[in-house]
Design a protein around this ligand. Sequence first.
Ligand SMILES: Cc1cc2nc3c(=O)[nH]c(=O)nc-3n(C[C@H](O)[C@H](O)[C@H](O)COP(=O)(O)OP(=O)(O)OC[C@H]3O[C@@H](n4cnc5c(N)ncnc54)[C@H](O)[C@@H]3O)c2cc1C
Length: 467
Amino acid sequence: MSTYDLVIIGTGPGGYVCAIRAAQLGLKTAVVEKREAHGGTCLNVGCIPSKALLHASHLYEEAAHHFGAFGIEVGTPKIDLQKMLAFKDEAIAGNTKGVEFLLKKNKIDAHRGTGRILAAGKVEVTADDGTKTTLETKSIVVATGSEVVSLPGITIDEKRIVSSTGALDLEQVPGHLVLIGGGVIGLELGSVWRRLGAKVTVIEYLDRILAGIDADTAKQFQRILAKQGMTFKLSSKVTAATATDAGVTLQVEPAKGGEAETIEADVVLVAVGRRPYTDGLGLEEVGVAKDEKGRVAIDAHYATNVPGIYAIGDVTTGPMLAHKAEDEGVALAEMLAGKGGHVNYGVIPNVVYTYPEVAAVGATEEDLKAQGIAYNVGKFPFTANGRAKANLMTDGFVKILADAKTDRVLGAHIVGPEAGNLIHEIAVAMEFGASSEDVARTCHAHPTLAEAVKEAALAVEKRALHM
Ligand SMILES: Cc1cc2nc3c(=O)[nH]c(=O)nc-3n(C[C@H](O)[C@H](O)[C@H](O)COP(=O)(O)OP(=O)(O)OC[C@H]3O[C@@H](n4cnc5c(N)ncnc54)[C@H](O)[C@@H]3O)c2cc1C
C-alpha cells in the first residue's frame, strides 16, 4: 500500500495541473487515470484535436477561396482527409506525451486504472487486467471531468449520429451535416466540416446561438457564419433521429410545438452539452453530496461534504473550460499546501475558435441589465482597424462595457480575427481593476489588431479616433 499527501483521480487539465502544482509545493502526489493517455477530454477528444482540425481546415479554406485576393494562385487545393486526421492525431500524441513528461519530471506517481474512493483517505485503483491496488492519502481530489449527453430518443452511434468525439474522426466529408445545438462545440466542429465541403445546418432550441455569450456579439457572429454558408434553424427542436446505412432522418418541430418537418442528413452531430462524469467513483457509498445538476457539490475551498475529499474542473460547478479546471487545480494545490489559492470567477475568458473567433470576459450587457448596473458601451469595428483592413480580416468588432459611475471595465466581447488572444488584454485589465480610460491611455503598437481594443476603450467616452 502506497501513502501520499494527495491522490488525484483524473489527469485532464484540472487533475494534471493540480498534481504539478502540488508536487512543486512539496506534496507527495499521485494521479490515477483510466484513459490510455493523460490530458483528459481536453487533450484527447476536446480542445487540442478540435483546434488542430480548425487550423488545418482554415488553411484549406484560405488556399481554396482567399489566396487569390493576395495575388497567390495555387490552383484548386485537394483534401487528403486521412492525412489531416493523422496530423490531428499527432497533435494529440505530442500534447499527451508532454503531460506524461511533466508528471515524471515532477516525480508524480501515475497509476494507470480506474479509481474508486473506498473511504476518505483510501483510493482503490483497478488496472485493465483487474489487478487492484489501494493508495492511502491525506487528501483526494476528484477531477474526473464530464461526458457527452444526448437527447431523449436519439442514440449516438458515432458513425451517422455522432458526438463531438465522432465528429473529430469522420471517415469522409459529409454531404449534409446537421448540428443539434448551436453552442461552441457544435459551431467549431460544424465550421471544420463546412470548410472541408459539407453543407451545414444548425438546429437550435433557443432563438439564438451561443447561449450565455453577449447577445449582440452572438447575433453578429451568426450573421458571419451565415455569410460563410451555414444555415440556422433557431427556436426548433429535434424530436427524433433515425439512422440508416444511407443517412439520418430527423423530425424537427418549432420549439413551442407545431407542425413537424423532415430533414435528411448524412451525419448528425449532437452537441447539446456535457454532464459531470462520476460513474463508478464510489461517491454515493462514501456519502459525497451532489447538487441538483449532478455535479460534485463543493464549498469555496473545493471541499466536498466529506472531509479530505475535494473536486475541481468539469465534474463540479462553473463553466466547463480547460483553463477554469487548470486554475482550480492550482488554487486547490496551494490551499492543500497551506497557501492562499484563489480563482477569480469574474474573469474567466471564453473563446470560440472559429474564423473569425469570438471571445468574451466578464459581464455581458444582459448580465448588467439584470443586475441593474448602469454601464457605458465602447464599440469599435474591425472595418476601421488598419491592420485588419490590410489583411482583409474586417469582420467583427470589439465591445467594452464599463461601469457608468466608476469607468471600471466590467466586461469585453470580441468577434473578429485573433479575438481569443486579444481578450487577454482586457482580462489582465480587469484583474487589476482598470478603468476603460486606463486601457485607452495605454500605448498600443501600430499596426495591430489590438488597436481595436484601445479604440473600443476610447469609444466608451465617445472619443474613438478612427471611426
Ligand atoms: C470537442 C471539445 C472541444 C473543447 N474545446 C475546448 C476549448 O477550446 N477550450 C476549453 O477551455 N475547453 C474546451 N473543451 C472543454 C474541456 O475539454 C474541458 O473543460 C476540460 O477537459 C475539463 O477538464 P477536467 O480536468 O475537469 O476533466 P477532463 O479533461 O474530462 O479529464 C477527466 C479525466 O478523468 C478520467 N477519469 C474519469 N473517471 C475516472 C476514474 N474513475 N478513474 C480514473 N480516471 C478517471 C478521464 O478518463 C479523463 O481523462 C472542449 C471540450 C470538447 C468536448
